[in-house]
Design a protein around this ligand. Structure first.
Ligand code: SAH
Length: 353
């Protein structure tokens, strides 16, 4: 039997836990009902008040989702005596507890967080977050969570990696849903792989939600495509954290295509000199994009040969993504994104493609 009731303006008493009843509550609300979510015990008390005539807004129906089974019979009988509809609905299963989700938070713009990441945060009990994780709306996205700042500033490991892993595992073993929120993608220089292994070793279920990596998105925020037909058919993402060997530099130059450097501000002079030593053209364009997606985003354009003189006048700071390659010339410099906050320094005379 398929019955549809007009519930607009009717009071509905939904019995169950917030998690189990969430969708059901939403459905009845969408149908126009005025919904109150209560425990089975509170529902009995409420019907008691209805029977006594002291309830100002007697419910038109009681929706049983879950609660103590013994009370279900009592409630159903009570409701029937009061001529209140009694409906039983299948609640959402309780999620398995005690787990870790590594979430890639993207490059900092809240719009670039994934739906899957938002879902993990919505259900999180504990959130361990990094300096580059999108923090702006975190409290809103994870309303039920305790927040732990494990952020590192370059050169200063606020919380050592081993300790972050222990914190993550310990919270999960205590039955919490832990979200490890990182900037960009967890597996791009994010030590996500190590954290997954730490969970596996401890027998903690772990999943990874990829994120929008700064390696591609921060150049894009400055209008630079990392590949471009007939200009670059490869891009290599490297970490500038520790200097490259001569052999690696030779391979980088030999491959051609675009080079994207993360964590590369401090070692940039060394890298630029090394690339030229191995034959990269001195006038190869190079862009430094600092603080991508923030109101203080700044793009500085030079060439590999121009790095040293440039650093004497502009002092780029981390976080920054460096792009080396002909694609820099393709950039749509009039990208229009918050133009006032873009301080575009052009040190190449003609960047037109
Ligand atoms: N997992 C991250 C990278 C972590 S390494 C990702 O996929 O994006 C940290 C480096 O990322 C920074 O030093 C910087 O090079 C880069 N980075 C991350 N967010 C950035 C941003 N909003 N603007 C500029 N650089 C950023």
């Amino acid at each position: 039997m398929d019955v549809s009731l007009d519930l607009s303006g009717r009071h509905a008493l939904v019995v169950g836990t917030a998690r189990a009843a969430r969708r059901i509550v939403a459905r009845y609300r969408a149908g126009g009902a005025v919904v109150v979510l209560v425990s089975a015990g509170d529902a009995c008390a409420r019907l008691g008040r209805v029977a006594a005539g002291t309830d100002a807004t007697p419910p038109a129906l009681v929706v049983w989702v879950d609660g103590r089974q013994a009370l279900r019979e009592v409630l159903a009988e009570h409701a029937s005596r009061l001529r209140i509809w009694f409906v039983t609905e299948q609640g959402a299963p309780e999620l398995p507890r005690g787990q870790v989700t590594l979430v890639g938070g993207g490059p900092g713009d809240t719009d670039l967080m994934t739906v899957a990441g938002r879902r993990a945060l919505a259900e999180a009990d504990v959130v361990l977050f990094d300096r580059l994780a999108p923090q702006e709306l975190m409290a809103q996205w994870a309303p039920g969570a305790e927040f732990i700042d494990v952020g590192k500033t370059p050169g200063h490991h606020a919380v050592p990696q081993g300790e972050i892993e222990s914190l993550m595992v310990d919270h999960a073993l205590r039955g919490n849903r832990v979200v490890r929120l990182k900037g960009g993608d967890p597996f791009v220089f994010g030590r996500g792989g190590e954290e997954v292994l730490a969970c596996r070793r401890a027998g903690v279920p772990v999943t990874v939600v990829p994120g929008v990596t700064s390696a591609i998105s921060v150049p894009a925020a400055a209008g630079i495509p990392v590949t471009h037909r007939d200009v670059s058919r490869a891009f290599t993402v490297i970490s500038g954290h520790t200097p490259f060997t001569e052999e690696e530099l030779a391979h980088l130059v030999g491959l051609g295509g675009t080079i994207v450097v993360l964590m590369g501000v401090n070692t940039l002079p060394h890298l630029a000199a090394g690339l030229q030593r191995h034959g990269m053209a001195t006038d190869m364009p190079l862009a430094i994009i600092e603080r991508g997606y923030s109101i203080a985003q700044r793009t500085t354009v030079t060439s590999v040969g121009g790095v040293t003189p440039l650093l004497a006048t502009v002092a780029p700071r981390s976080p920054a993504v460096i792009v080396i390659g002909e694609v820099v010339r393709v950039a749509a410099w009039d990208d229009g994104r918050n133009a006032e906050s873009h301080d575009l320094v052009r040190t190449i005379a003609d960047l037109a493609p």
